[in-house]
Design a protein around this ligand. Structure first.
Ligand SMILES: NC(=O)c1ccc[n+]([C@@H]2O[C@H](COP(=O)([O-])OP(=O)(O)OC[C@H]3O[C@@H](n4cnc5c(N)ncnc54)[C@H](OP(=O)(O)O)[C@@H]3O)[C@@H](O)[C@H]2O)c1
Length: 224
Protein backbone atom coordinates (compact mmCIF):
# COMPACT_ATOMS: atom_id res chain seq x y z
CA UNK A 1 0.00 0.00 0.00
CA UNK A 2 1.62 3.28 -1.09
CA UNK A 3 1.21 6.48 0.87
CA UNK A 4 2.21 8.37 -2.29
CA UNK A 5 -1.30 7.72 -3.65
CA UNK A 6 -2.89 9.59 -0.77
CA UNK A 7 -1.62 12.47 1.34
CA UNK A 8 -3.21 10.79 4.35
CA UNK A 9 -1.17 8.32 6.40
CA UNK A 10 -2.05 4.62 6.37
CA UNK A 11 -3.43 3.58 9.74
CA UNK A 12 -3.14 0.08 11.18
CA UNK A 13 -5.47 -0.90 14.01
CA UNK A 14 -3.69 -3.68 15.89
CA UNK A 15 -6.25 -5.94 17.50
CA UNK A 16 -8.81 -4.14 15.34
CA UNK A 17 -11.28 -7.03 15.38
CA UNK A 18 -12.74 -6.33 18.82
CA UNK A 19 -15.07 -3.67 20.21
CA UNK A 20 -12.99 -0.47 20.11
CA UNK A 21 -10.91 -0.96 16.94
CA UNK A 22 -13.74 -1.26 14.38
CA UNK A 23 -15.40 1.95 15.61
CA UNK A 24 -12.19 3.92 15.11
CA UNK A 25 -11.56 2.17 11.78
CA UNK A 26 -15.00 3.09 10.41
CA UNK A 27 -14.66 6.73 11.39
CA UNK A 28 -11.23 7.10 9.77
CA UNK A 29 -12.11 5.07 6.69
CA UNK A 30 -15.17 7.32 6.21
CA UNK A 31 -12.82 10.31 6.36
CA UNK A 32 -10.71 8.89 3.51
CA UNK A 33 -7.89 7.18 5.40
CA UNK A 34 -6.54 3.81 4.25
CA UNK A 35 -7.11 1.41 7.11
CA UNK A 36 -5.56 -1.96 7.84
CA UNK A 37 -7.26 -4.10 10.45
CA UNK A 38 -4.72 -6.22 12.36
CA UNK A 39 -5.37 -9.49 14.13
CA UNK A 40 -3.54 -12.60 15.32
CA UNK A 41 -5.39 -14.42 12.54
CA UNK A 42 -5.39 -13.28 8.94
CA UNK A 43 -8.88 -14.69 8.27
CA UNK A 44 -10.35 -12.86 11.26
CA UNK A 45 -8.76 -9.57 10.15
CA UNK A 46 -10.06 -10.03 6.62
CA UNK A 47 -13.56 -10.89 7.87
CA UNK A 48 -13.70 -7.73 10.01
CA UNK A 49 -12.34 -5.63 7.13
CA UNK A 50 -14.97 -7.07 4.77
CA UNK A 51 -17.75 -6.42 7.29
CA UNK A 52 -16.67 -2.80 7.78
CA UNK A 53 -16.30 -2.22 4.01
CA UNK A 54 -19.83 -3.55 3.50
CA UNK A 55 -21.23 -1.29 6.22
CA UNK A 56 -19.53 1.77 4.72
CA UNK A 57 -19.87 0.91 1.01
CA UNK A 58 -16.07 1.03 0.65
CA UNK A 59 -13.32 -1.33 -0.42
CA UNK A 60 -10.41 0.51 1.18
CA UNK A 61 -10.20 -1.38 4.48
CA UNK A 62 -7.78 -4.30 4.42
CA UNK A 63 -7.21 -7.11 6.91
CA UNK A 64 -3.77 -8.51 7.79
CA UNK A 65 -1.94 -10.20 10.64
CA UNK A 66 -0.84 -7.65 13.24
CA UNK A 67 2.81 -7.63 12.18
CA UNK A 68 2.08 -7.12 8.46
CA UNK A 69 -0.46 -4.43 9.37
CA UNK A 70 2.11 -2.60 11.51
CA UNK A 71 4.70 -2.74 8.74
CA UNK A 72 2.53 -1.10 6.11
CA UNK A 73 1.25 1.80 8.23
CA UNK A 74 2.91 4.93 9.58
CA UNK A 75 0.43 5.29 12.43
CA UNK A 76 -0.49 2.16 14.41
CA UNK A 77 -3.30 2.20 16.94
CA UNK A 78 -3.18 -0.47 19.64
CA UNK A 79 -6.59 -1.81 20.66
CA UNK A 80 -5.77 -5.29 21.91
CA UNK A 81 -7.35 -6.64 25.07
CA UNK A 82 -5.58 -5.31 28.16
CA UNK A 83 -3.89 -8.60 29.10
CA UNK A 84 -2.20 -8.75 25.68
CA UNK A 85 -0.79 -5.20 25.83
CA UNK A 86 2.80 -6.04 26.75
CA UNK A 87 3.23 -9.32 24.83
CA UNK A 88 1.84 -7.79 21.64
CA UNK A 89 4.16 -4.78 21.94
CA UNK A 90 7.16 -7.09 22.57
CA UNK A 91 6.27 -9.10 19.48
CA UNK A 92 5.84 -6.02 17.25
CA UNK A 93 8.86 -4.07 18.48
CA UNK A 94 10.75 -4.29 15.23
CA UNK A 95 7.73 -3.78 12.97
CA UNK A 96 6.84 -0.57 14.81
CA UNK A 97 10.25 1.11 14.45
CA UNK A 98 9.99 4.63 13.01
CA UNK A 99 6.22 4.85 13.50
CA UNK A 100 3.73 6.53 15.80
CA UNK A 101 2.09 4.04 18.15
CA UNK A 102 -1.20 5.27 19.57
CA UNK A 103 -2.00 3.42 22.77
CA UNK A 104 -5.73 3.33 23.60
CA UNK A 105 -5.28 0.94 26.51
CA UNK A 106 -7.22 1.66 29.70
CA UNK A 107 -6.37 -0.99 32.30
CA UNK A 108 -9.67 -0.87 34.12
CA UNK A 109 -11.86 -3.88 34.92
CA UNK A 110 -15.46 -2.93 34.08
CA UNK A 111 -16.73 -5.34 36.78
CA UNK A 112 -14.64 -3.62 39.46
CA UNK A 113 -13.62 -0.19 38.11
CA UNK A 114 -10.59 1.19 39.92
CA UNK A 115 -7.85 3.46 38.57
CA UNK A 116 -4.72 1.58 37.51
CA UNK A 117 -1.39 2.04 39.28
CA UNK A 118 1.34 4.03 37.50
CA UNK A 119 3.13 3.89 35.16
CA UNK A 120 0.62 4.54 32.38
CA UNK A 121 0.11 1.78 29.84
CA UNK A 122 1.52 4.15 27.22
CA UNK A 123 4.68 4.66 29.32
CA UNK A 124 5.07 0.90 29.55
CA UNK A 125 4.66 0.81 25.76
CA UNK A 126 7.33 3.49 25.28
CA UNK A 127 9.74 1.62 27.56
CA UNK A 128 9.21 -1.61 25.61
CA UNK A 129 9.47 0.02 22.17
CA UNK A 130 12.34 2.43 22.89
CA UNK A 131 13.10 5.84 21.38
CA UNK A 132 12.64 4.67 17.77
CA UNK A 133 8.86 4.71 18.22
CA UNK A 134 6.78 7.77 19.15
CA UNK A 135 4.14 6.60 21.59
CA UNK A 136 1.00 8.71 21.96
CA UNK A 137 -1.75 7.90 24.47
CA UNK A 138 -5.26 8.66 23.17
CA UNK A 139 -8.86 7.42 22.84
CA UNK A 140 -8.85 5.57 26.20
CA UNK A 141 -12.02 7.46 27.22
CA UNK A 142 -13.97 7.04 23.97
CA UNK A 143 -16.40 4.13 24.41
CA UNK A 144 -16.91 1.74 21.50
CA UNK A 145 -20.67 2.31 21.76
CA UNK A 146 -20.16 6.02 21.09
CA UNK A 147 -17.85 5.48 18.11
CA UNK A 148 -20.38 3.34 16.29
CA UNK A 149 -23.15 5.94 16.55
CA UNK A 150 -23.77 8.62 13.91
CA UNK A 151 -20.90 7.84 11.57
CA UNK A 152 -19.85 10.97 9.70
CA UNK A 153 -21.18 13.18 12.49
CA UNK A 154 -19.18 14.96 15.17
CA UNK A 155 -19.06 13.07 18.45
CA UNK A 156 -19.93 14.49 21.80
CA UNK A 157 -16.66 13.09 23.16
CA UNK A 158 -13.30 14.77 23.60
CA UNK A 159 -9.92 13.07 23.42
CA UNK A 160 -7.05 13.81 25.78
CA UNK A 161 -3.79 13.23 23.90
CA UNK A 162 -0.61 12.67 25.92
CA UNK A 163 2.82 12.36 24.34
CA UNK A 164 6.43 13.28 24.93
CA UNK A 165 6.63 14.38 21.29
CA UNK A 166 4.26 17.35 20.75
CA UNK A 167 4.37 16.94 16.94
CA UNK A 168 3.21 13.35 17.20
CA UNK A 169 0.46 14.53 19.54
CA UNK A 170 -0.66 17.11 16.96
CA UNK A 171 -0.82 14.41 14.31
CA UNK A 172 -3.15 12.36 16.51
CA UNK A 173 -5.25 15.43 17.33
CA UNK A 174 -5.76 15.79 13.53
CA UNK A 175 -6.73 12.12 13.41
CA UNK A 176 -9.22 12.57 16.25
CA UNK A 177 -10.75 15.51 14.36
CA UNK A 178 -11.03 13.43 11.18
CA UNK A 179 -12.99 10.92 13.26
CA UNK A 180 -15.37 13.61 14.53
CA UNK A 181 -13.71 14.11 17.93
CA UNK A 182 -12.00 17.14 19.44
CA UNK A 183 -8.53 16.26 20.65
CA UNK A 184 -6.53 18.23 23.20
CA UNK A 185 -2.81 18.00 23.90
CA UNK A 186 -2.87 17.04 27.57
CA UNK A 187 0.85 16.97 28.33
CA UNK A 188 3.56 14.33 28.49
CA UNK A 189 3.07 10.59 28.27
CA UNK A 190 3.14 10.11 32.05
CA UNK A 191 -0.07 12.17 32.30
CA UNK A 192 -1.80 9.30 30.52
CA UNK A 193 -2.13 7.47 33.85
CA UNK A 194 -4.77 10.06 34.83
CA UNK A 195 -6.57 9.63 31.51
CA UNK A 196 -6.58 5.85 31.97
CA UNK A 197 -7.89 6.33 35.49
CA UNK A 198 -10.78 8.47 34.21
CA UNK A 199 -12.08 5.31 32.57
CA UNK A 200 -12.86 3.92 36.02
CA UNK A 201 -15.04 6.99 36.62
CA UNK A 202 -16.76 6.64 33.24
CA UNK A 203 -17.52 2.97 33.91
CA UNK A 204 -18.93 3.87 37.34
CA UNK A 205 -21.06 6.61 35.75
CA UNK A 206 -22.36 4.12 33.19
CA UNK A 207 -23.20 1.65 35.95
CA UNK A 208 -24.96 4.29 38.05
CA UNK A 209 -26.94 5.75 35.14
CA UNK A 210 -27.70 2.61 33.14
CA UNK A 211 -25.78 3.77 30.06
CA UNK A 212 -22.78 2.63 28.01
CA UNK A 213 -21.86 5.98 26.53
CA UNK A 214 -20.36 8.19 29.26
CA UNK A 215 -17.35 10.05 27.92
CA UNK A 216 -15.47 13.26 28.67
CA UNK A 217 -15.87 16.86 27.50
CA UNK A 218 -13.43 19.73 28.09
CA UNK A 219 -14.77 23.21 28.78
CA UNK A 220 -13.15 26.60 29.26
CA UNK A 221 -10.71 26.63 26.36
CA UNK A 222 -11.09 27.23 22.65
CA UNK A 223 -9.69 24.26 20.75
CA UNK A 224 -7.22 25.12 17.97
N1 LIG B 1 -14.28 -1.19 24.52
C1 LIG B 1 -14.23 0.12 24.76
O1 LIG B 1 -15.27 0.81 24.83
C2 LIG B 1 -12.89 0.81 24.91
C3 LIG B 1 -12.84 2.20 25.00
C4 LIG B 1 -11.61 2.84 25.10
C5 LIG B 1 -10.45 2.09 25.15
N2 LIG B 1 -10.52 0.74 25.08
C6 LIG B 1 -9.26 -0.02 25.15
O2 LIG B 1 -9.08 -0.65 23.89
C7 LIG B 1 -8.47 -1.93 24.07
C8 LIG B 1 -9.34 -2.98 23.41
O3 LIG B 1 -10.61 -3.00 24.03
P1 LIG B 1 -11.79 -3.86 23.37
O4 LIG B 1 -12.97 -3.65 24.24
O5 LIG B 1 -11.87 -3.56 21.92
O6 LIG B 1 -11.20 -5.34 23.58
P2 LIG B 1 -11.72 -6.72 23.01
O7 LIG B 1 -12.83 -6.49 22.05
O8 LIG B 1 -11.98 -7.63 24.16
O9 LIG B 1 -10.41 -7.29 22.27
C9 LIG B 1 -9.74 -6.59 21.24
C10 LIG B 1 -8.88 -7.56 20.46
O10 LIG B 1 -7.78 -8.03 21.25
C11 LIG B 1 -7.24 -9.16 20.57
N3 LIG B 1 -6.73 -10.14 21.54
C12 LIG B 1 -7.45 -10.85 22.46
N4 LIG B 1 -6.63 -11.66 23.16
C13 LIG B 1 -5.38 -11.47 22.66
C14 LIG B 1 -4.11 -12.03 22.95
N5 LIG B 1 -3.95 -12.95 23.91
N6 LIG B 1 -3.04 -11.62 22.21
C15 LIG B 1 -3.20 -10.69 21.24
N7 LIG B 1 -4.38 -10.11 20.92
C16 LIG B 1 -5.46 -10.51 21.63
C17 LIG B 1 -8.39 -9.77 19.75
O11 LIG B 1 -8.01 -9.70 18.39
P3 LIG B 1 -7.64 -11.00 17.52
O12 LIG B 1 -8.32 -12.18 18.15
O13 LIG B 1 -8.24 -10.65 16.20
O14 LIG B 1 -6.16 -11.07 17.51
C18 LIG B 1 -9.55 -8.85 20.05
O15 LIG B 1 -10.41 -8.64 18.94
C19 LIG B 1 -8.31 -2.15 25.58
O16 LIG B 1 -7.02 -1.82 25.97
C20 LIG B 1 -9.30 -1.16 26.19
O17 LIG B 1 -8.86 -0.69 27.44
C21 LIG B 1 -11.71 0.08 24.96
Amino acid sequence: MSEAISALPVIAILGGTGKEGPGLAMRWASAGYSIVIGSRQLEKAQATAAELNTKLGLDTILGMENEAAARCASICVLTVVQAAHQPVLESLKEALLGKILVDATARVDFRDPRPPAPPAAARIAQDILGPGVKVVAAFQNVPSHVLKKGLGQALNADVLVCADDPQAAQEIIRLAKAGGMQGYFAGPLDNAIVVEGLTSILISLNQNHGTKTASIGITGINPV
